[in-house]
Ligand binder design. Structure first.
Ligand code: ADP
Length: 180
């Protein structure tokens, strides 16, 4: 786990499971349009939350790329789940703007709900095919753009499944902070 300070906020990169972040108030789901359980991130979140999450999500679907919606976290150790639909790389265009919109909308929704800490997975980098380095750049730049304008959110964590992705996010975060 690596930790950086930015405008009074903490930004971390950690290797782990997004469904196992008990110290974070909200976790972000790399959801599908119907907000149903599936593979990857969304499977892990729905398994840990229990069937009541899918039931609550029914009234929030369908999601469009770039959109974020909020639900309670049910059996997860968090208070909220913020569900984002990332773009399918080079299918949902412009992919870059839609991916940035996920982070922007999720952070705004967190702020609107008085959330202080939020953990993100690497949205769109699994079955949606986004190259991890390009996705990391968008994730880091967007968080650095938005965070200084938020009063409540002051702790952001990127949770990466693989050690390779962790290294990419750590390096990208450092470069993005340097270029700010
Ligand atoms: P998308 O459909 O948005 O591409 P995926 O769930 O397929 O989302 O994958 C997004 C990223 O999250 C991938 O890099 C994948 O390796 C990673 N991932 C998969 N399961 C987990 C998990 N339980 N916690 C954190 N990251 C995960």
């Amino acid at each position: 786990m690596s930790k950086r300070k930015f405008h009074g906020a903490i930004i971390e990169c950690a290797q782990g499971d997004i469904a196992d972040q008990p110290d974070m108030e909200a976790i972000v789901n790399a959801a599908n349009a119907s907000l149903k359980s599936g593979g990857g991130v969304t499977g892990a979140i729905h398994r840990a939350a229990g069937p009541a999450l899918e039931q609550e999500c029914r009234k929030l679907a369908p999601l469009f790329p770039g959109q974020a919606v909020i639900s309670s976290a049910h059996h997860l150790p968090n208070r909220y789940v913020i569900h984002c639909l990332g773009p399918i790389y080079r299918v949902d265009e412009p992919s870059e703007q839609l991916l940035a919109l996920c982070y922007r909308n999720a952070l705004q929704l967190a702020e609107d709900n008085g959330i202080q800490s939020i953990a993100f997975p690497a949205i769109s980098t699994g079955v949606f095919g986004y190259p991890p380095t390009a996705a990391a750049k968008i994730a880091c730049m967007t968080v650095l753009d938005v965070l200084p304008h938020l009063a409540t959110v002051h702790h952001v964590r990127f949770v990466l499944f693989s050690l390779d992705d962790l290294r990419i996010y750590e390096q990208t975060l450092d470069e993005s902070i340097k270029n700010k």
